[in-house]
Design a protein around this ligand. Structure first.
Ligand code: GYE
Length: 337
C-alpha cells in the first residue's frame, strides 16, 4: 500500500498531454523496435490483452484502443480474456512467442503476474500496464502504468455521501445504511474504490456499510446482488456501486421491488458512461464519479516511446471529474460513450 501511494505521488497528471504531442509524422521511431518478426518494416506491433467486455466502460475502452492503434499506424493484436486471469496469461505468452514489439494489458486482478511478466522481460519485450495496476514488488517488470486513481474515485464518492448525509437518510431514522456493490474480487478498481469510500465515510458515524458483495462489474451481477440485499436488509438508504453497470442492474432490482431508485434509495456509481449519465439525468442515480475509458491515444504515444527506448513517466494518471443530476443533464448530449 505504501509503495502504491509513493508511485502515485511520483506520478504525472496528464489529460490529453501525451496524446497531443505528435501522434503522426514521427516516422522512423528510432529503429530500435526491431523485435517485430516481419523484418524491414518499422511498424510497431502491439499485443493487447483486454479484460473482457463486462461493462459500457470496457466497450468504450476497447474502441478507443482499436481506433487509436489504427490512427497511430500500430499493428494491434487484440484478445479478450472474458474476465479470466488464466486467459490473459495465455494471451501474453502468445504475444511473447510472436515477438511483438510491446505488450499492453489491463490486469483483471492485481496479483499473480510476476512469472509471466518476468518471461516478457527475459524476451526483452516491454510491458505497459493500462487501466488497472498489478500488485508486485518488482516494478522493473513493466515500463509504466497509465490509468485512473481509483482510491481518489472512491474518496469522491464517499465525500459526496458525507456532504449529502441529511438528504441521503431516506428512511429518516438517523442512520444511513449503505449497501455496496463491489467490482471484480481482487481487481484494483474494486479494492481501491472500496478503500477510498471507506476512508471518507469514516468522518460521519451515522453512515455504515451494512452489506458489501461483488457484482463482478456487470449489470446482471449488480441486479442479482441487489435483489438479495433487498431481501436480507431492512431500510436500505444508499447503494454505492463500483461502476455504472452494476448501478443500472440495481435500479432494475429496486424498481421490481416497488421502490423509486434515486428517491427511496439513493445511488452513487463510478464511470459516467452514457447509460449511467442518462439514468443520472433522469433522477434514478444521484451522483457519478467519472472514470475515463478513452486511454487509447495516450497508450499509443507511450508505446511508441517505450519501443524507441525513450524515457516515460512511471505513472500517468488520467484526469477526471464528477457529475450530479444537473451537471449530467448539461453534458449528456455531447457524451461520446
Ligand atoms: O470502472 C468498470 C470496468 O477497470 C476502470 O472496469 C475499469 C473498470 C470500470 O468493468 O466499469
Amino acid at each position: 500500500m505504501f509503495k502504491k501511494l509513493m508511485t502515485v505521488a511520483a506520478g504525472v497528471v496528464l489529460a490529453g498531454g501525451l496524446a497531443a504531442c505528435g501522434s503522426d509524422g514521427d516516422g522512423g521511431s528510432g529503429g530500435s523496435g526491431g523485435a517485430g518478426g516481419s523484418g524491414g518494416s518499422d511498424e510497431i506491433t502491439m499485443g493487447f490483452a483486454q479484460v473482457g467486455a463486462e461493462s459500457g466502460w470496457r466497450t468504450a475502452n476497447t474502441k478507443s484502443i482499436q481506433a487509436s492503434a489504427e490512427e497511430a499506424g500500430i499493428d494491434l493484436k487484440f484478445s479478450d480474456a472474458q474476465q479470466k486471469q488464466e486467459n490473459q496469461i495465455k494471451a501474453i505468452r502468445s504475444y511473447i512467442q510472436q515477438k511483438v514489439d510491446v505488450i499492453a494489458f489491463s490486469p483483471v486482478v492485481e496479483t499473480g503476474w510476476d512469472t509471466v511478466l518476468a518471461e516478457a522481460k527475459r524476451a526483452k519485450i516491454p510491458v505497459i500496464l493500462t487501466d488497472r495496476s498489478v500488485d508486485s514488488d518488482d516494478t522493473s517488470l513493466y515500463k509504466t502504468f497509465l490509468g485512473s486513481d481509483f482510491v481518489l474515485e472512491g474518496e469522491k464518492a464517499g465525500q459526496w455521501l458525507v456532504d449529502n448525509a441529511k438528504t441521503s437518510d431516506t428512511n429518516g431514522d438517523g442512520a444511513i445504511k449503505v449497501v455496496e456493490l463491489q467490482g471484480t474480487t481482487g481487481a484494483a478498481p474494486a479494492i481501491d474504490r472500496k478503500t477510498g469510500f471507506e476512508d471518507k465515510i469514516a468522518a460521519d458515524d451515522t453512515i455504515e456499510i451494512a452489506a458489501s458483495q461483488t457484482g463482478d462489474f456487470t449489470r446482471d451481477g449488480g441486479k442479482k446482488v441487489m435483489e438479495s440485499f433487498l431481501k436480507s436488509q431492512q431500510d436500505i438508504d444508499v447503494v454505492y456501486a463500483h461502476n455504472d453497470d452494476m448501478g443500472l442492474g440495481a435500479i432494475e432490482a429496486i424498481e421490481a421491488a416497488g421502490k423509486k431508485p434515486g428517491v427511496d434509495i439513493k445511488i452513487i456509481t463510478v464511470d459516467a458512461v452514457k447509460d449511467g449519465m442518462t439514468a443520472l439525468s433522469e433522477g434514478k442515480i444521484n451522483f457519478i464519479v467519472e472514470c475515463n475509458p478513452l486511454l487509447g491515444p495516450q497508450l499509443m504515444e507511450l508505446a511508441k516511446k517505450v519501443v524507441a527506448g525513450e524515457e516515460v513517466p512511471e505513472r500517468v494518471v488520467t484526469e477526471e471529474t464528477v457529475f450530479d443530476q444537473e451537471q449530467a443533464k448539461a453534458v449528456l448530449a455531447d457524451r461520446q460513450y
